[in-house]
Design a protein around this ligand. Structure first.
Ligand code: F6R
Length: 608
């Protein structure tokens, strides 16, 4: 939920830290702070609000001299967003400073023990416990103190630590929260994510659980929790900084919407070879695929919505029973799983706490776990038996767009592969589907060309209080995503309903002028949904429809129509999502909101 950075080198640390934090603001943005070692003293500045407050307070970092320091951008979990609760946190004598991402689950117990020994706490955070615990065990060796503290903490943590007595060192520690270390000619760095350090280096070490890194100006040493030195190899990052910057768009969300054709192409093309679907990373023989008795898809938020689409596609095409579950439900409901069950965990960040816990639950029950993950080297990617990477590249905007679209593409590829192996589609059908799949990027580009029309239409709903989305089958699955996209960034209340369910209660909410977005891409359900549209229109609803290009007759029943190019009926959600994303974006923009950073949300939900 938070972003951490650290720097030690020849340059002034504070501007480097601010630079890195700006790339991590997507991880949290309710307060920020830095601590820098200078002339044997640690100086700290922190401030509630966006990073620009901290920038202004330190005049771009110039008022905080020193060449070694740590920084943090926060998304509050324990304690409200205040200056006192902002990181870094200190021990009583301000000789040890800590920044933390994660949650210390036993912090109350530790806090009580420390208080009984005379330690005084100033903040409401769990992190402050770490600073005091380090103080308690520090007798001159930072490494020894850190490992002792690690043995006492339960929960997740990525830490950046500096000790006043060791001004030429910074320490990084990781357990269940992401942390990377970068080596550059300008100095060495730590960060929660690659974009924060890409300006300085492409050579990155991914820290594993319970590892510690000691960084000096020209050296990096890794240790395990037993203080034994470790050998680690750096990874060369192949994508560049422009991929993590706005590139001329007003918001990352728009940039990422426009990146969807490329993201889908990058995800599907390595897996199509000589007219066949080849997913080597699946690690399953044809025999094992034939033996799958059931699939569970487990995820949160939009990734869950991708899973709902996946259910319709996998069941329809491969005839394998599929259950889709919210990870936060799945993990506590003692699901019935066995070795023939395939559990697919979908996650952009690969760090979502509930999805990770669901993965562990399923693994403990002996099921094979396939991760569909975007962030390389993330926790879910590392713990799954096999990983299908979606090649969406870094997604910065809190509301997912391109990662969601690549999740759909990944699920289509899996369904096609399974269907082909299990004989539920013919080779001819597979060939035609591959062609249709390969056309999706171009069709999405065509749809993006309608952005002006959608913006004009969206501007009519800036003052709406409620907006409903309806559809049946796959159209219901995409309605869920359209509704979430709208509500999370525009703050307009919105709900998605299976169209046939309306008259079981919800229709009583429809009144004169209520906006309803209806999706009708499934030919066999078209007439049914038209009847539902007529029911809401009779009660005064203002209707936008998203439908196939051959259904011009829909205009009799709608106030605004978005037509989709023709594709395979299993792939329509990849097209229908485009006008829905643009609609949500323009409504939020028209309402003057910060599209990329909706209130109360963070990009990576690493707590339960
Ligand atoms: C909505 C959104 C969230 C995420 C959810 C899961 O736009 O982005 O609903 O889909 O928090 O996150 P990941 O995919 O990182 O597990």
């Amino acid at each position: 939920m938070c972003g951490i950075v650290g720097y030690i080198g020849e340059q002034q640390a504070a501007p480097v830290l601010l630079d890195g934090l700006a790339k991590l603001e997507y991880r949290g943005y309710d307060s920020a702070g830095m601590a820098v070692c200078d002339n044997g003293e640690i100086r700290m500045v922190k401030a509630t609000g966006r990073l620009k407050v901290l920038e202004a307070l330190t005049k771009g970092g110039s008022t905080l001299p020193g060449t070694a320091g740590i920084g943090h951008t926060r998304w509050a979990t324990h304690g409200s967003p205040t200056d006192t609760n902002a990181h870094p946190h200190f021990n009583g004598s301000a000789s040890i400073a800590v920044v933390h991402n994660g949650i210390i689950e036993n912090y109350q117990k530790l806090k009580r023990k420390l208080e009984s020994r005379g330690y005084h706490f100033v903040s409401e955070t769990d992190t402050e416990v770490i600073a005091h615990l380090l103080d308690r065990y520090y007798t001159g060796s930072p490494l020894e103190a850190i490992t002792k503290v690690m043995h006492r903490m339960e929960g997740s943590y990525a830490l950046g630590i500096i000790f006043q007595d060791h001004p030429d060192e910074i320490y990084a520690v990781r357990k269940d929260s992401p942390l990377i270390v970068g080596k550059s000619s300008a100095g060495n760095l730590i960060a929660s994510d690659v974009p924060a350090i890409l300006k300085y280096t492409r050579s990155v070490y991914f820290m594993e659980n319970e590892e510690i890194a000691k960084l000096t100006r020209d050296d990096i040493t890794f240790y395990n929790i037993d203080e034994e030195e470790l050998e680690k190899e750096p990874t060369e990052i192949s994508w560049d900084l422009s991929a993590a910057e706005k590139g001329g768009y007003d918001y990352f969300m728009m940039k990422e919407i426009y990146e969807q054709p490329k993201a889908i192409t990058d995800t599907i093309s390595p897996r199509i070879r000589d007219g066949k679907i080849v997913i080597e990373e699946l690690g399953m023989t044809d025999e094992e695929i034939a033996q799958i008795s059931k699939i569970y898809i487990v995820a949160c938020g939009s990734a869950y919505h991708a899973g709902v689409t996946g259910k319709y596609v996998l069941e329809g095409m491969a005839r394998i029973p599929v259950e889709v579950d919210l990870a936060s439900e799945f993990r506590y409901r003692n699901p019935i799983l066995d070795e023939q069950t395939l559990v697919i965990v979908i996650s952009q960040s690969g760090e979502t706490a509930d999805s990770l816990a669901a993965l562990r639950e399923a693994k403990a029950k002996g099921s094979r776990i396939l991760g569909i993950v975007n962030v390389v080297g993330s926790s879910i990617a590392r713990e799954a038996d096999n990983v299908f990477y979606t090649w969406a590249g870094p997604e910065i905007s809190v509301a997912t767009t391109k990662a969601y679209s690549t999740q759909l593409a990944a699920l289509y590829l899996l369904a096609m592969k399974f269907s082909n192996v299990r004989g539920t589609i013919t080779n001819e059908e597979l060939t035609s589907m591959i062609e249709q799949l390969q056309q999706l990027p171009r069709q999405i580009e065509f749809l993006l060309g309608s952005h002006d029309r959608i913006q004009k239409f969206a501007n009519r709903f800036l003052a709406a209080d409620h907006i409903f989305f309806i559809g049946r089958g796959l159209d219901y699955a995409i309605s869920l995503e359209g509704s979430l996209k709208l509500k999370e960034i525009s703050y307009i209340h919105s709900e998605a309903y299976a169209a046939g369910e309306l008259k079981h209660g919800t229709i009583s909410l429809i009144e004169d002028g209520t906006p309803v977005v209806a999706v009708l891409t499934q030919e066999e359900l078209y007439r049914k949904t038209i009847s539902n549209i007529q029911e809401v229109r009779t009660r005064g609803a203002f209707v936008m429809t998203v439908t196939n290009a051959n259904h011009t007759d829909v205009e009799k029943n709608a106030d605004f129509v978005m037509y989709l190019p023709e594709t395979n009926s299993y792939f329509t959600n990849s097209l229908a999502v485009i006008p829905l994303q643009l609609f949500a974006y323009y409504v939020a923009l028209g309402r003057g909101l910060d599209v990329d950073k909706p209130r109360n949300l963070a990009k990576s939900v690493t707590v339960e």
